[in-house]
Design a protein. Sequence first.
Lengths: 722, 158
Amino acid sequence: MKASRFQSQDHIDTGRRQFLKLSAATGAGLTLGLNLTTRASAQAADSPALQFNAFVNISPDNTVNVYIKHLEMGQGVYTGLATCVAEELDAAWSQVKCEHAPVDTEKYANLFMGQQATGGSTAIANSFTQMRQAGATARAMLVAAAAQRWGVPASEISVSEGQVSHGSHQASFGELAVEAAAQNAPAPEAVSLKDPADFTLIGREDLVRKDEGKQNGTAVYTQDVQLPGMLTAVVAHSPRFGGRVKSFDASKALQRNGVEQVFEIENGVAVLAKDYWTAIKGRELLEIEWDDSAAETRSSGTILSQYRELVDEPGIVAEREGDVASQLNQGDSVEAVFEFPYLAHAQMEPMNCVAKVDGQRAELWYGCQGATSDQMAIAQLLGGKIEDVKIHTVFAGGGFGRRANPFSDYVLEAVRVARGAQGKPVKLVWSREDDMQAGFYRPAFVHKLSAAVDDQGMPTAFQARLAGQSIMMGTNMESMSVVDGVDNASVEGLVHLPYQVPNRQVEVHNTQAGVPVQWWRSVGNTHTAFSKEVFIDSLARKAGQDPVEYRLSLLKHNPRETAVLKLAAEKAEWGSRKLPEGWGRGVAVHTSFGSTVAEIVDVSVQGTEFKVERVVAAVDCGIAVNPNIIRAQIEGGIAYGLSAALADEVTLTDGNVDQTNFHNYRVLRMNDMPEVEVHILPSGNAPSGVGEPGTPPVAPAVANALAAATGQTLTRLPLRLT
Amino acid sequence: MAYTLLINGESHELDVDGDMPLLWAVRDHLNYTGSKFGCGMAQCGACTMQIDGQATRTCVLTVAAAEGRNITTIEGLQSPQGQALQKAWVELQVPQCGYCQSGQIMSATALLEQNPSPSDADIDTAMSGNICRCGTYSRIKQGIKLAANAVRDNEGAA
């Protein structure tokens, strides 16, 4: 069997209420053509799927197709969103299939953002009611069709496990699909949704994740898309950010057999070849002179030392409560400076994108995350209309924020290359080195935290001064995130402190650097949770109090963090479980993306080496739609945060990124992975995020465990004992 | 130059440069796309195939060196160990993004074929060359143990 398989869907044409499902069967040596995306396959023609609404199609063969408006990049949106639909549709889980929805902002906007996009751990939170309504309205249409067919009142009809029944009458969804799809769709508000007590799929521990072909190599990612006549492109980027091509000589590259084209694009030189290897070898033969007159040429050490000076000076006030200055000037105070490096996302699938450009029209295939924003940017680049940009979304090999770039960087690069390819489809592929060195990164930050404490050791004043690049300024997200010079993405997690402190002030310096920055799994919380939670532990130690008890005494008006912290402490047997000699235990709790996570970490220490042995996590994320996926996301969030705690770091020397690949950008591996336990707090509240909130607490919990074991308070990531 | 590659029991003629890594020959020219590109320097394991039964990073193994050897990709995985692993992966819902999982399963298969009852330390040693940025390591470890048990139970029954 050969694995050239490519699934795609054409547009959903609401006028004809007909959806053409266009998938091609796996076949020996079959390369799937563009033509397949414009006509139905024989199989689909036999069993046309009928559209009930933007999210639900049901075929006469009894398949329920759910259109997923968010990118499936591992976080489980296929299963999560389909569960919500199937729950209210009363479908059998086995008959439900998922596909990515097309990019169509009107139908598929993220309800929290007003544009089609995946991010901010909002997939379930913004879709929970919408997907249930989509299932409930489709169910109402099936019931109406059955009532008509059988001549019975709709109110007497029951639906269960994909079967519609009344007395002796029974029909499957498939048998009713044609008549049901012809019914008037009720308004979403006109259908009633289930009482959570009646849920049969939502909250189920044993609901198996939809088969995405990830255990047998059949799942299709951007890297796997093959089109007839397609060329593979690699781009030589400037070694320094902001550098431009001054001149280049492609003659040697063009002599290489299989190299088809070499040309300059806005940000580098593109090499197009018959395959990836040839393109890479061609690129090695390029001779390029770069113009660094506008490039960032500083080292990261220089940048960070400037930040350290800045946090001694007042910044823009992000939050002010009471009078911090007078409190800090009298009595006992504590101060600490924290440092955070630039971080690469280092998702397993390096950036890539398949594009075909014909004048002002474009068709793209990739793990599309910032859908509306990408589509608009492409249309603008080509001078065409939004509807002339057609995007097919495929699975993404990890994202962690990287694929939704505010400037659509790698997507526009692919379009620019494809524009020069004379109508041929082009697969732009970044090597790992390109991915590591071309940006975008979690910004480097320095924090200076100060507190005044009373004679009981409780804080009376808290001040945080931050210095780092704003992620949102200068992007199309600026108006959403930046108020009076303060980017919420810089200070989130330190403003609105959950701990009760009467006088508080948070200030920020928005620094300028030529290093491109972007959100990285949990955004500002990647650094703010660390300084906040390590600092609060320092205060507890100074007060001679247990870190959990100290936190609880400052969280008396915060029942949610209290409950989550108590659950983690109980499950980890905080205070009662005896640790082996040389081990330490630490705690951190943090709220982000609407969810609260507490983590308790055990470390073993030998000299300056340490190992994270165990993490016990508790999470409150509202109603748990799929507990197993929630646990997987918290486990993964912990692993991702732990990688940054132990190893990840991007540094620059004279503007050149020092790291190139996984041998010098170290990431968490199997032998570093601790035992992880995740406990979900029962809740009847609306679902909140799980993709990101597991990440912030782990690094501070590890640092606090190391402090408990060694007495060393570590304030710099990655963590190094001395 | 023409090379003959024996992949999943099938012979393929291929005219590429001998220094092309096997991964790219297989992906770009023979359309077996289950094996993934992650690093290009044998650091991440996403490209792992079995060469004569050994888990091998094919992003650094040249076509010239692979000629005449038995190459197994995820698409051709048929050993009881491999199939038990695939089943365990579904049962424990191991994959998240899934991009590394072909390589993880190929490395785990080679481990179980050589060591039917691996300890935690054996698993760490065999699997630490395979990176998963989604952090599915705990489930991978559980999956290997589940599959090892299933294979042993099956052999006991047979």
